[in-house]
Design a protein around this ligand. Structure first.
Ligand SMILES: Nc1ncnc2c1ncn2[C@@H]1O[C@H](COP(=O)(O)OP(=O)(O)OP(=O)(O)O)[C@@H](O)[C@H]1O
Ligand SMILES: [Mg+2]
Length: 467
């Protein structure tokens, strides 16, 4: 009962039924009324035309035979029943009695209420009454006489009666037709509803099945994309979602595979060195070299673990930012100072191009410093010894910018579009390729932007932050 199919089909059925009922209600009652009125109008026209002929025969010297003949003649010509009623006045009460009737009956089955009304008012009257042969419409016309003194008297009333039976049967026919048409329309609507609803529910079920498969992790599931209606649009939206989920799933798998590979390499190398160190015949000098390697691998593992944790926190959105008003010139100077030993080991000079007045921004100073460290560290790691670099800061269009540039050989062209993805790294250093991925995520969390411009001889990373 609750299914879309049943509801749609019943809805169609109900609408069709209601439409037919409404049409019937609008047509049938009015129809009977209109047909009856038309019939009475026709009879009134007949009465207008033939009443003078009756008037003529009852005007003076009434001859019963002549009157009856005229009555029958008119009835024959007009297919109405013609009755002439005598008007009596007794004790001041007006009364009518049927005297001549075109029907050859002994018993008069009608009351002729209209005739009485007409006799009392002296005016034409119209009405209906029910006799032996059903309902009749009646039109009464007063007929006048002249008395010996020449006064005009109301002597008779002529009544023209017409059967209303055919009106009723016409209405019955219409009613029956409306009912049959209504039943047929409702049945067709029910059938059409079932067919349409079946088509719709089949498509909905296809979408449901595909969504279920995607939910279970099967990204090869296909949504029906062959139509452009609302369900087609829903399918398309779900298919987009499926594609994005598949991409995400792929990225996640790649991430886990690379991360575990990245972790495994230093661990294997550590194991190898530890075995070598365990050799008792090892001379102290070589042992020292191996120990240095062990320390380096441990440091690398530690850095990797911290970076992976940072990245996963960033991606899960659980990294908390603590924005505070910060003077970026002070911050840039402090971070640059941290690199004095590394710069001198690399034989490089770092130039600071900072404005003289404070450069205030509302940001998390610790996180901005982390991004700058990642960028300066890269400028040191991925350039040959003796390469100089520039750290600049300034304000533009209501935002603040920090630039970290170097005059090294630049990023490889093929790598440039992927440089902010995790684990993208070159072989020149023992990095894991997470530095820029973390920097990029951090900057996005701060509603900023990190862009790179690189060509041989000049590479600049620009950090753009809301002020
Ligand atoms: N200033 C630069 N000049 C040339 N290449 C760069 C520069 N900065 C980054 N790159 C290239 O971009 C890659 C990705 O940098 P990223 O900092 O993400 O990883 P990494 O430095 O290789 O490793 P990690 O920082 O995780 O130790 C680097 O391997 C390097 O090839
Ligand atoms: Mg790096």
């Amino acid at each position: 009962m609750g299914s879309l199919r049943t509801r749609l089909a019943l809805g169609f059925f109900a609408v069709a039924l209601a439409a037919v009922a409404l049409a019937g209600a609008a047509i049938v009652p009015g129809l009977e009324e209109r047909l009856r009125e038309a019939k009475l109008r026709d009879t009134a026209a007949i009465a207008d035309q033939y009443a003078p002929q009756l008037q003529e025969v009852v005007g003076t010297n009434v001859n019963a035979r002549r009157v009856l003949e005229r009555v029958r003649q008119i009835a024959d010509q007009t297919s109405t029943r013609v009755t002439v009623l005598l008007v009596n006045t007794r004790n001041g009460e007006i009364d009518v009695s049927p005297t001549y009737d075109s029907f050859q009956t002994n018993e008069i089955d009608l009351d002729f209420g209209v005739a009485l009304q007409s006799a009392r008012s002296g005016r034409p009257q119209t009405g209906t009454e029910t006799g032996d042969s059903g309902r009749v419409g009646q039109v009464a016309r007063p007929l006048f006489q002249r008395d010996p003194e020449g006064r005009r008297l109301l002597g008779y009333v002529a009544v023209f009666s017409t059967q209303l039976r055919d009106v009723e049967s016409s209405v019955d026919v219409v009613e029956r037709r409306v009912l049959i048409a209504g039943g047929a329309a409702a049945s067709i609507a029910l059938l059409a509803g079932i067919l349409m609803a079946t088509g719709l529910t089949r498509r909905v079920r296809q979408i449901e099945t595909a969504a279920g498969r995607v939910a279970a992790g099967d990204f090869d599931a296909r949504f029906p994309l062959d139509r452009s209606d609302e369900l087609g649009q829903l399918s398309r939206a779900l298919d987009d979602m499926r594609r994005q989920l598949a991409e995400l799933d792929n990225a996640r798998k790649r991430f886990i595979a690379t991360a575990s590979h990245e972790l495994r390499t230093p661990i294997f190398s550590l194991g190898g060195f530890l075995e070598l160190i365990a050799d008792e015949d090892l001379d102290p000098e070589t042992r020292e070299i191996f120990l240095a390697q062990v320390r380096e691998q441990v440091a690398r593992l530690g850095k990797l673990a911290t970076e992976l944790l940072d990245l996963s926190k960033l991606e899960a959105g659980s990294l908390e930012l603590r924005p505070e008003p910060t003077d970026l010139t002070v911050l840039a100077r402090a971070v640059a100072d941290e690199f004095i030993p590394a710069l001198s080991a690399h034989d490089s000079h770092l130039e600071l191009r900072l404005p003289t007045e404070p450069l205030e921004a509302l940001c998390d100073p610790e996180r901005v410093a982390q991004v700058m460290r990642i960028l300066i560290d890269n400028a040191l790691t991925h350039t040959p010894e003796g390469t100089d670099m520039v750290v600049s800061a300034g304000r533009r269009d209501g935002r603040v910018r920090i630039g970290v540039g170097d005059f090294g050989p630049g990023v490889r062209r093929a790598m440039l579009p992927h440089i902010f993805e995790p684990f993208i790294t070159s072989d020149d250093a023992q990095g894991s390729g997470l530095g820029l991925a973390i920097a990029h995520e951090l900057v996005e969390r701060m509603d900023g932007e990190l862009v790179v411009e690189s060509q041989p001889g000049r590479t600049t990373f620009t950090l753009d932050l809301p002020a």
